[in-house]
Design a protein around this ligand. Structure first.
Ligand code: UDP
Ligand code: MG
Length: 308
């Protein structure tokens, strides 16, 4: 019998876990597959770990990895993908924004030959105007910047065949934008659309800072274009300053109104200084990321593996 692994990152989801477990179990039992539910507790500070412990005790389908601290959604997912042993692995959020009832559809596409089944959020019922706008602008930007195609509204709700999971495990970079990484894998991909319902309980763990960091990871990990822009910008302003030099010579040798002109000087110095700082900032961003990668630290540490 084929086995399906369901990987669920969990961070402070104590009010969602029972309901999630109930709904996912109902769905999985109705299919004729063996399955396991692999929860990855990402350093929760509420009762999540305790609840996971109870679930592991009462149901042999459940296992849990408790990470040593909070590593973020993408690392928690990575831990789950590293340890999932199913013939297909499904990753989904534990807050019921990824409806368990969609699983049979993903599985049937897999049975019909898809090696990766992505999902695409058509809308999130409770997402604010701002999140929708920034998200759509961001996906436009990242698709212009990078060569891999990343589906707008992509989410980390997807099914991966065992061999694509094995391929994914070879990618050990720290700056993880998993939906982009999966897009670079290739394989036979299909897409299922869904509307994400509001969270069952609690609130989103992503604040502006985390979102921004995640967004930057996505861009710098998939594109060197910002570096090239800095170069072109430098080139452009280099040329401009040549023109300005021409003007300076003109004022000095041909016309008579020298000296006044501190304004042009100040403006151009400030402006060029600004451009240089932008260039250095972009360089710094990439160098910082090289530094992070080169340390080769483990991506996450597991403090406990709960399994019966
Ligand atoms: N999550 C996690 N670590 C974190 C933040 C979130 O494992 O540092 C989990 C969280 O428990 C949930 C999933 O990742 O199962 C998605 O998080 P959330 O619902 O907050 O994100 P959103 O749906 O708002 O994008
Ligand atoms: Mg959510």
């Amino acid at each position: 019998m084929k086995k399906i692994s369901v990987v669920v990152p969990v961070y402070n989801e104590q009010d969602n876990l029972h309901e999630f477990y109930k709904r996912i179990t109902a769905v999985m039992i109705a299919t004729d597959y063996d399955y396991n539910l692999i929860f990855v507790d990402d350093g929760s500070k509420d009762g999540s770990a305790l609840i996971l412990n109870q679930l592991v005790e009462k149901d042999t389908h459940v296992e849990a990895y408790l990470l040593s601290r909070n590593y973020g959604h993408q690392m928690a997912l990575t831990c789950g993908l590293d340890n999932a042993d199913g013939d297909a692995v499904i990753t989904m959020d534990g807050d019921l924004q990824h409806p368990p009832e969609l699983l049979p559809k993903l599985i049937s596409l897999w049975e019909h030959g898809s090696e990766i089944v992505m999902t695409k959020r058509l809308a999130t019922e409770d997402a604010g105007f701002l999140k929708n706008i920034t998200s759509s602008v961001y996906y436009k930007l990242i698709n212009i910047l990078s060569k891999v195609e990343i589906t707008p509204g992509g989410s980390d709700f997807r099914l991966m065949d065992k061999k694509t999971v094995e391929a994914f495990r070879l990618y050990r970079e720290r700056a993880r934008f998993i939906r982009g990484m999966v897009s670079t894998l290739g394989f036979n991909v299909s897409v299922v659309e869904f509307v994400a319902p509001p969270r069952f309980a609690g609130h989103s763990k992503f604040n502006l800072h985390k979102m921004l960091h995640f967004a930057l990871d996505g861009i710098t990990a998939f594109s060197n274009l910002p570096l090239r822009w800095a170069f072109y910008l430098g080139l452009f302003f280099g040329l401009c300053s040549l023109l300005l030099l021409g003007h300076v010579f003109y004022v000095k040798f041909i016309s008579d109104d020298a000296v006044p002109g501190w304004a042009t000087t100040t403006v151009s110095v400030l402006f060029l200084g600004g451009i240089q700082l932008v260039g250095i900032g972009i360089l710094g961003e990439y160098i910082g990321r090289i530094f992070e990668e080169i340390k080769h630290r483990p991506l996450y540490l597991v403090s406990k593996h709960l399994k019966k």
